[in-house]
Structures are given as structure tokens and as C-alpha cells.
Design a protein around this ligand. Structure first.
Ligand code: E4P
Length: 294
């Protein structure tokens, strides 16, 4: 069991309550949970239903999602459970908000995940006015994080922004740099946005997120199991991230940009191809469960 709890809140990145329970036993606590359509599609019960030829309508899929987050909710602490709206590239802010409002009633500790797009940020802006807690996902640039800050200004609740470390590494860029840059940029702000390091693939990512003082980090159970198996190492003063990708290549540094957090959120260039691809992947994984079962 973990005795020296890190400052960063630890969330389980998954879609299976049994897995969350396993991590809770291993660590002694779980601060929160993130889910997404791909992770929910992998839930063992959903997979079993599909394998047995059962049919899942979109309504039933939503019901399954609700049951999963309701089972996870009491297992986790105050970092809550992030529930992602089902959005494709044409989903409007109003449609996302309608889903977000409903999902927010599922559990008392919900955070609603909206994609870091124009419509997603519009939905987030409307949500925070209604005191719906939000997590802006699929963040791949400092501009996007600046827009999240500006769109959610005045929120009474902490807002999460999720930079995706591993997916930047996948295209040869140093995803940990993005976490560092966003943290540095937010030092000039009012502290209402918390950095949730996501798409964590290995112990180096985890320890770097701790070293950079990310407020939260969401981690697959497998990585947390490795951390436990190595007796929960923590970064010391001398810790440096090696910036080496999964294939042994040196990752391209991402440089810091000076951005004015007081500008309107619409003035930031929030386009990023990985955000678009991320939405497409979530849609494909979600639809795959429906298609095979329909
Ligand atoms: C969590 O909020 C994210 O959806 C998740 O960390 C993405 O991880 P991946 O890039 O490994 O799919």
C-alpha cells in the first residue's frame, strides 16, 4: 500500500469498476476516475454482451455507461468521475450540453468531458455557468489550454484540462513538455483550471507528471500496477525526464509560447489534428459496439 501519497491526485483511466476496486486495494485509495467512449466499449460486461450476440441500442449503451459510472462513483475520492459526452465532428454545443446535463445527474461527483473543439468549449462555457463541473479532453496544444482557461473563467468549481501526453509522443513530440508549458502558463492565472495529465503510458510519464506538479494524473491500472511493483518510486530533486519515445527515438521538444489568458477564448487557434483524430477514434469505438450488436 502507498504510504507516501503524492500531491497530485491519482485517477484511474478505465471503464471497469472491478479494475478500479483492484487499484484501490493496491494503493489504499483512488482519488478519481476518467472514462471515455473507447474505455467504456472495452468494459468486460459490454464486451460479453456483444460476444453473446446481444443487441445494444444507443439508449442501452448509455444505460450501460450510467451503470458503470454509478458503480465507480462511490469507490473514488473528490477528484470525481469524468464522463464523456458522445460527440462526433458535427455534434453541436447544445447537443453536448444536453447530454452533459443529463450525465451530471447520474452521480454526485461527476465531471463532464467535452472535446477541446469550438463546440466543446462553447458547451463548457455554458456548463460552468450552470455549475456543471467540466473536464476538457483531447488537449494537444498550449493554445487549446489557454482557450479552456478563458472559456471557463468565473467557474465556481475547479475545471480540468487533459493534455494527452502519450498521443503526442506517438507522433514524435514530447508530450510531457506540453504539461510543463501549460503549468507554466497557468502560473499567470487565477488557478481555476487544474492540469490533469492524461494518456499516461509508462512510469516516466507518471513520475514526470508528479515532478511538474500537475494537480491530477489519470493512469491506466497496468501502469499503476507497475508503479506498485517497483515500490512506488517518487521523483527526487535530481529527477529529469529523458524525453525518449516508445521506439527509443528522441522526442521533439515543444516550446513554450507567451499567451495572454485574458483574451477571449475564440481568439486562440484551437485546431489540432490529434483532437480531430481523437474524436473520430472515440466515435469509431463507440459505433463498433453498436454495429456488431445491431
Ligand atoms: C483520459 O481522460 C483519456 O481519455 C485517456 O488518458 C486517453 O489515453 P490514451 O491516449 O492512451 O487512449
Amino acid at each position: 500500500m502507498l504510504t507516501n501519497k503524492p500531491r497530485a491526485k491519482i485517477l484511474v483511466d478505465g471503464g471497469d469498476p472491478d479494475e478500479t476496486l483492484g487499484v484501490k486495494k493496491l494503493l489504499g485509495f483512488v482519488d478519481g476516475q476518467t472514462t471515455n467512449p473507447s474505455l467504456v466499449a472495452k468494459n468486460p460486461e459490454i464486451q460479453q454482451r456483444i460476444a453473446s450476440g446481444d443487441t445494444l441500442s444507443p439508449k442501452e449503451e448509455k444505460e450501460e455507461y450510467r451503470k458503470i459510472v454509478q458503480a465507480i462513483s462511490p469507490l473514488v475520492g473528490d477528484a470525481g468521475v469524468s464522463i464523456e459526452v458522445f460527440a462526433d465532428l458535427d455534434t453541436s454545443a447544445e447537443e453536448m450540453l444536453a447530454q452533459g446535463k443529463e450525465m451530471f445527474t447520474w452521480i454526485p461527483n461527476a465531471y463532464i468531458k467535452y472535446p477541446c473543439t469550438h463546440e466543446g468549449l462553447k458547451a463548457a462555457e455554458m456548463s460552468v455557468r450552470e455549475r456543471i463541473r467540466v473536464n476538457i479532453t483531447l488537449c494537444f496544444s498550449q493554445e487549446q489550454a489557454a482557450a479552456v482557461y478563458a472559456a471557463s473563467k468565473g467557474s465556481k468549481e475547479p475545471v480540468y484540462v487533459s493534455p494527452f501526453v502519450g498521443r503526442l509522443d506517438d507522433i514524435g513530440e514530447n508530450g510531457i513538455d506540453l504539461v510543463e508549458n501549460i503549468r507554466a502558463m497557468y502560473k499567470n492565472g487565477d488557478g481555476h483550471v487544474h492540469v490533469l495529465a492524461a494518456s499516461i503510458r509508462n512510469l516516466d510519464h507518471l513520475l514526470s507528471s508528479f515532478a511538474l506538479n500537475a494537480e491530477l494524473v489519470t493512469v491506466p491500472a497496468k501502469v499503476l500496477e507497475k508503479w506498485a511493483a517497483s515500490n512506488f518510486p517518487m521523483p527526487d530533486q535530481a529527477f529529469t525526464y529523458n524525453g525518449i519515445g516508445a521506439n527509443g527515438q528522441r522526442l521533439k521538444p515543444i516550446s513554450y509560447k507567451v499567451l495572454d489568458l485574458n483574451l477571449p477564448w475564440q481568439s486562440f487557434n484551437i485546431a489540432h489534428e490529434l483532437t480531430t483524430m481523437g474524436i473520430q477514434k472515440f466515435v469509431a469505438d463507440y459505433r463498433a459496439t453498436l454495429k456488431r450488436s445491431a
